[in-house]
Write a protein that binds this ligand. Structure first.
Ligand SMILES: [Zn+2]
Ligand SMILES: [Zn+2]
Length: 284
């Protein structure tokens, strides 16, 4: 498959963490885009997961910033960037989740299209350990050594000299933990969330890339440009029993960033009435 606006174009991917291994095959197969990784872009300047550098903006603006610096650095007109975040699930506070975003920035057509996915398949976790044995138990739980670990004396550390990242083998874990326990009675261990050390996250990035492809293939009915995007969901789906408007979505609004065309999709979730269990009047 190719896509008219992007076929046979080169896109630069701002990554130091081998995200091209999952993003490149999808974009080439689905859109005909040739992906390249600029060799001298330091994406850590935009913030890291290992707290030695804080992030400045939100997830989407950080991804956009990465893409724009890749364009500036290479002089290309098409860039891809990805940005992940981790935390508790918006609806299920006890469950960890990974939100991945993959953005395409096309300076030739002035387009920015985003793909995203929220996945509860993540090993995102941390713990405090007092011994090598405790470290090994945690390591086993998070899928080590296929998934890497990060070790530091305590979680508030910002000193890069105290943070050991990318621990990916048993011998290294033993050495690092034994050595650090001589200086500190407890250690903070956490999962390394950088894509190249985390195959579970890499898979979620692949899903977000597929979502980007769908977003691109959603074209504007007015001007046919790609990226006809869902921008708002409005509540008010009527209750099946009393017809009172509920918090469930009644209308989804799509918007074209190229020509400004807006379209309302009535009942986007395929249901025209809400279950009375969701109604503030019938089930207060
Ligand atoms: Zn349009
Ligand atoms: Zn009701």
């Amino acid at each position: 498959m190719t896509y008219p606006l992007f076929a046979n174009r080169v896109a630069v991917l701002a990554t130091m963490h081998r995200k091209e291994t999952v993003i490149a095959p999808i974009l080439e197969r689905e859109l005909g885009i040739q992906l390249q990784v600029p060799p001298n872009l330091n994406t850590d300047q935009f913030g890291t997961f290992t707290r030695d550098r804080d992030r400045s903006g939100d997830q989407r603006s950080t991804a956009r910033l990465k893409a724009e610096s890749a364009l500036e650095l290479t002089g290309e007109r098409l860039a891809i960037a990805s940005e992940g975040s981790f935390g508790s699930h918006p609806g299920l506070p006890m469950i960890a989740c990974n939100c991945e975003l993959v953005v395409l920035v096309d300076s030739l057509h002035t387009l920015e299209i985003v793909g995203r996915v929220i996945s509860t398949k993540t090993n995102y976790s941390h713990t405090t350990v007092r011994s090598v044995e405790e470290a090994q138990i945690f390591a086993q739980r998070i899928g080590f050594p296929e998934h890497g670990l990060v070790m530091m004396p305590h979680s508030s550390t910002k000193n890069p000299d105290e943070i050991v990242k990318g621990i990916v083998c048993e011998a290294q874990l033993l050495t690092v933990v034994t050595d650090a326990l001589r200086r500190s009675p407890t250690l903070h261990l956490e999962t390394d969330m950088r894509a190249l050390y985390n195959p579970t996250r890499m898979n979620t990035i692949a899903q977000a890339t597929l979502n980007l492809v769908s977003a691109i293939q959603s074209t504007c009915p007015n001007c046919t440009y790609p990226g006809f995007e869902l921008v708002d969901r409005q509540p008010g789906l009527p209750c099946a029993l009393c017809h009172f408007p509920t918090a469930l979505t009644r209308v989804a609004i799509y918007h074209c960033q190229h020509c400004g065309f807006r379209q309302e999709h009535l009942f986007p979730d395929g249901i025209e009435v809400a279950d009375p269990a969701q109604c503030a009047y019938c089930n207060p």
